[in-house]
Design a protein. Sequence first.
Length: 463
Amino acid sequence: MSNKNETTVLVLSLLVTLGLVGGGLWFFKDQIFPQNQSANNLPTTDNQSIADRISFGEKTLVTGEVTPDKKQGIQAFADQNYPQAIASLEKSLKLKRNDPTALIYLNNARIASAKSYSIVASVPLGTAPNSALEILRGIAQAQNAINTSGGIKGVPLKVGIANDDDHPEISKQIAASLVKNADVLGVVGPNASDTTLAAGDIYSSGKLVAISPTSTSVKITNFSPYIFRTVPSDFMAARSLANYMVKNLQKKQAAVFFNSQSNYSQSLKTEFVSSVSLEGGQVSSEFDLSPGNFSAAKSLEQATQQGAEVLMFATNTETLDRALQVVQINQKRLSLLGGDDVYTVKTLEVGGEQASGMVVAVPWHIEGDRNSEFPQKSRQLWGGDVSWRTAMAYDATVALIAALEQNPTRLGVQQALSASNFSAMGASGAIRFLPSGDRTSPVQLVKIVPGKRSRTGYDFEPL
């Protein structure tokens, strides 16, 4: 068979895989790793009012399946019938224990109209439900822990949820709405770096702290005294990957695949190019995954011709499918590296054997710290393993709780987090912030290996 025919067969095989894989895994992933949904399959939300995008329990923000008990609980919450809301939401959680919105609404219903401190999560429930629910699990776990232990000096924590769809303009409008709401004392989010940068100016001008658990762009460093993050910057991830490539793989030439339309992707790509150079290696070619005419086969052929020994994927969620095409066509010939957006069940599912051996940089892994109590508690609460997004969101919420304990005002929260002696214990160890708003924490490298935990046949395991 000619190389051209081989490539055609591989591409056709990949398309079938992308379309059909995972049918038998639906139940498990819905329980532990909710199924990825494509933004193209969702109804348009352009005309949705900002008020309709924010809920403390009085409305549902997701268009997907909602249990009858949850629906009843939300209606009872809207009617301020809190005892009924509590009963219905508790029933819903018995059926679907890994539903973070139900747990957040339940804790809010238990507060009812009593005094509380409010924070809001800004997440992409409509366009990236997987990531949004992972983030909300961390927030819900922290809220549940503080409220069941007596609250913040006796005052419970109320959590609102805002669906920003990872859309910069929508996130700005949500930020403006939250700034106007004097009850809101802090924000967890946004998710994407572009969204955080867009909303950041509004949070700053409104003197409302936002802690992103997932935005890694280097542009966020020193962006504002009101913008923090619990996730390490792309600088840290890039250095770790470059060091691994040169020292462990003992390879010097890399090709990078990225999305020019994503601030995160551009940031990680740029930092990786610099880090490889510092390690004595070279990025011989760069490929933009965003154009409509992107060809996985042609890009891989060009990368090989230019001497690449390693393929580095600085892709974001929107271009992950195209990156996985490259992984399939590569057939394990060149070594594979990836940024944290590659850390998804889809990569394990679609990449399969061809992705085995790929090394990915993430902020945290559930098997990375055997001494931490967080993995055991999260498994008890959600019925399965959680991702780095859950851990970083938990840490962001814990940081806000610690700041509220010191001074439950917007200014007090900002001053507490900025203090040189601020420290709180999170899922991934101590939470401390540099004057830049960045967190002092390491990066965890994980490798795709055969395994049973994800039910895909492969798992991410710490190196």
